[in-house]
Design a protein around this ligand. Structure first.
Ligand SMILES: Cc1cc2nc3c(=O)[nH]c(=O)nc-3n(C[C@H](O)[C@H](O)[C@H](O)COP(=O)(O)OP(=O)(O)OC[C@H]3O[C@@H](n4cnc5c(N)ncnc54)[C@H](O)[C@@H]3O)c2cc1C
Length: 329
């Protein structure tokens, strides 16, 4: 009989991504509610040494597949391996990060297992021994609750990054690590040739602070202001589609319905009107600050703090204040 919660951890560039700890923390909460164990599956290269650390977040046992061919995420290699381990493990509930790779992987694994999957969830709970999941729908205009039909296995959900609370790691706890015997695909149709990382930049999807700019920035060189502020606050720069379409910023920075969905602790929108398609990407941020010279701009309806001002006056003054505060600390 299916038992327990299993989380799929994401390991990149020699370390687990933060969202893996959020998913493990959420998994622990659900496992406790079920009174059943929490396990994890981790794939990658050089993973064996780090795997036990997932125990700090409540994972009892990690099934670690450490292979050179798994160094970079590739659906072709990851999906069959994860599905095979899950078939052996038979967990009741499977959680994964709703990152770009995580959504791709969980959809493919669900298809292989014939499982039901709720993607990009913002809340999960156990009711009468079964999973219930909440996720935004219609570009964030409504919230829907999902449950799984009786007898479907496993109940799969992916968790939106930066939403689920991450527990304080308990360094006295380590997970047991097991290496399952798996069959890697013999002949691959594709392979990762190179991964070009944006050096030194905070990943938008994982950023706790995002300073975003729109058409109100007027020219690409003016984004230097936002970059300076983002650097001071340890954050990343985001952009509206208008700024991306104008060629001012790369598409990787676009926030919104056709860009990235982000949930930082602080989202600062500068010179962005707040079109519904932009709000769909940042509306779940914990604190939203809007800087816009038009007091009627729709972004103010979503903002926790609104600054009605010319951003070219406000942002430099704000940067000076942040510098003073940092110097005083
Ligand atoms: C199918 C579809 C998908 C889309 N997907 C996305 C998406 O993923 N992301 C996205 O962002 N958009 C998306 N859009 C586009 C969206 O509808 C808006 O056109 C876009 O978000 C507008 O960008 P903006 O706010 O930068 O520009 P604008 O709407 O032109 O707003 C600029 C703002 O800057 C303010 N401003 C100007 N000068 C200053 C100044 N000096 N100081 C302070 N404020 C100033 C203005 O008052 C104004 O509010 C999509 C549209 C469609 C149809």
């Amino acid at each position: 009989m299916a038992q327990g919660v299993c989380v799929i951890a994401e390991f990149r560039n020699g370390a687990f991504r933060r969202v893996s700890f959020e998913v493990a923390s959420e998994g622990k909460r659900l496992a406790d509610a079920l009174g059943e164990p929490l396990t994890a599956i981790a794939l990658g290269q050089g993973i064996a040494a780090a795997a036990a650390d997932l125990g700090e977040y409540g994972v009892e046992k990690v099934y670690a597949v450490d292979q050179p061919v798994l160094k970079d995420y590739l659906a072709e290699t990851y999906a069959p391996v994860v599905a095979e381990v899950l078939r052996t493990l038979q967990p009741k509930v499977v959680l994964s990060p709703a990152s770009v790779d995580g959504k791709d992987l969980s959809a493919r694994v669900a298809a292989r297992l014939g499982a039901g999957l709720a993607q990009d969830c913002t809340a999960l709970q156990i009711e009468a021994g079964a999973l219930k999941a909440k996720r935004p729908v219609y570009g964030g205009k409504a919230l829907a609750w999902y449950e799984w039909a009786d007898g479907t296995w496993p109940q799969m959900a992916s968790c939106r990054p930066n939403v689920m609370a991450c527990v304080m790691p308990d360094s006295s706890k380590q997970a047991a690590v097991e290496t399952p015997a798996v069959t890697l695909p013999a002949a691959l149709k594709t392979r990762v040739v190179a991964v070009e990382a944006a050096d030194g930049k905070v990943d938008l999807a994982e950023a706790q602070v995002i300073i975003s700019g729109g058409r109100g920035l007027k020219a690409p060189e003016n984004f230097a202001l936002l970059e300076e502020l983002a650097l001071l606050l340890g954050g990343a720069v985001g952009a509206s589609r208008a700024a991306v379409d104008a060629g001012w910023r790369p598409h990787a920075e676009q926030v919104g319905q056709t860009g990235k969905v982000v949930t930082p602790s602080l989202y600062m929108a500068c010179g962005i009107s707040g079109a519904i398609q932009h709000l769909a990407g940042m509306g779940s941020s914990k604190f939203i600050v809007a800087v816009n010279k038009d007091p009627e701009a729709p972004i103010f309806s979503k903002a926790d703090y609104g600054v009605v001002d010319d951003l070219f006056q406000f942002v430099p003054a704000f940067i000076e204040e942040v510098k003073k505060l940092k110097a005083a600390c």
